[in-house]
Design a binder for this molecule. Sequence first.
Ligand code: GLY
Length: 353
Amino acid sequence: MIQRLALRGKTYDIHIREGLLDDCGGLIREYLGAYCASEVVLITESNVRRRYAARMGDALARARIAFWPFVLRPGERSKSSASLARLYDAFAARRLRRDGLILAFGGGVVGDLAGFAAATWMRGVRFVQIPTTLLAQVDASIGGKTAVNTRAGKNLVGAFHQPSLVLSDPALLADLPAREFRCGMAEAVKYGAVRSKRLFERLRTAPDRAALCDIIGECCAIKAGIVERDVFDTGERMILNFGHSFGHAIETLGEFRRYKHGEAVAMGMVSAAETGERLGLTARGSADALRAVLAAQGLETDCPYTPAELLPQMETDKKNSGGTLRLVLLAAPGEAFVHTLDRAALRKAMGGI
Ligand code: GLY
């Protein structure tokens, strides 16, 4: 299946197919056409390298694409300015020029870091996303958000830089730890909740292998449409943060160890739906519907923190401005909107603290 994201001045394809890893070289060669990238760097992390480097190496060799690898440690700590500095040093040593190509082969951390390096090196080098986690296949690899973490906070330093091509092989997901997989499903549920009642209903049962490929395609199609209409996240794209204001607060209170991002977003979506119901803006029963769908995907839905704990964290969210908070709410599953309210109103809607 191929989805397409069409922006003014940049259109790219998102290929989703089992077994696609072995055809990566051919698809990149096809994208490059007559153009020959002066240098190709493959950025990955050590777990991905251990599992798939040989297959990726063969796929690129068959397409006569010479590359050099850059391997990160797995985990969020690699999304740092220190890793970025090491990458820049390697680019300089290898004389990577503006006509080079970066391949980001891994999950969200690799994609975000490699994407930011691609956005900034020589003021912009082309890059290809080859996501290996469900979360990256349904969400992070599409739409051009790139970032590194700094002492000031997660993702505060970043750039919009669209990939030139996205190559997703759902067969790789069979190797994902179950917890990682569930985190990706939380984001898939988010796509149903914000834009597609049909997808939302479909997720009332855990997908088999064939359905999974389809679900990834559906999430990508929804995201592509939204990004096409609001590439810089100033309007409609904000609905993709459904559950994230609460979710970031939950992650922070758990010191980024207790819950993974997708787990926190799952609880955050339920909290947002409950808040919307209390405000009279969300159809009654929406929070229960979300609980049922998320539980079917093996996700916890009960937020362990009190409104008094959550609220101060939510006030630091980068979507807020001028003393008001912006919250993504559901009218009903399948339909989201951005709601602006002040602290007192939110406090009351969260259960009056
Ligand atoms: N992950 C949400 C977005 O790309 O806007």
